[in-house]
Design a protein around this ligand. Sequence first.
Ligand SMILES: C[S@@+](CC[C@H](N)C(=O)[O-])C[C@H]1O[C@@H](n2cnc3c(N)ncnc32)[C@H](O)[C@@H]1O
Length: 249
Amino acid sequence: LKKNELVLLISKDSSYLTEVEKRKMHTKDGIFNLDELLKKKLGDSIQTHLKKKFKIAKPNLVDIFEKRMKRLPQIITTKDSASILAHTGVLQGSLVVDVGTGSGFLAIFLASYIKPGKVVTYEINKKNFKVAKENIRLVGLEKFVKIKNKDATKGIDEKNVDLVTVDVQNPEKVIKNAYKSLKVGGYLVVYSPTVEELMNAVGKIKSFDFSQVNILENIAREWKSELTTRPKTMGLMHTGFLIFARKLS
Ligand SMILES: C[S@@+](CC[C@H](N)C(=O)[O-])C[C@H]1O[C@@H](n2cnc3c(N)ncnc32)[C@H](O)[C@@H]1O
């Protein structure tokens, strides 16, 4: 392993994401001497001072999402992001416009699957713009995610777009610009946490020439299997509704 390389240390019960560097890492499983990683390769093991054994793995996108990326406003979680990919059929090479970058989770998720296609993402807030830029750099997607510090209600520059995603308050204010930037057959996806916002957005979408306006709520229930097997008592109970619409003309 090389200095500064990002690795995942994983055991049966827990996992840690860290750079390979000359320092000690204190965890609830004991202290890791990260120096030792310089003499190891992926697939080897490392122990804490409490003799707890961890395997060394290459982190994937979700590991970096969960353990490293900075979160500012509410993010679109992987279950909803995956559903956007699955239902719109965007592929490698597609052009996507993402309105409301936030911390960049959706933009990064989509770009990871459509590269060498591009995601152009609009963020009005300077602070969020900076955080998202740093997150995009962290996952090495600078070539595939272009972030603009612009208000999407004032205009979307891109034309002939395969997919426009909208995750902002009052999404109805962006729908006209989204419609203009889409290609015929391209998809608009609006993410709304509340029924009121959902209804305003659907009303606006229906005033343009879109077909197949569908609303989806992804309800995911986690179960646990320990002494007995049953649904978990606590969990993420609600994220948001997804509105899908396809440009007709
Ligand atoms: C809920 S967050 C988006 C989270 C993002 N989808 C993610 O997965 O990380 C909404 C973001 O939209 C930005 N925003 C709101 N109105 C906007 C507009 N008109 N144009 C561009 N960005 C806007 C806000 O500043 C905020 O950062």
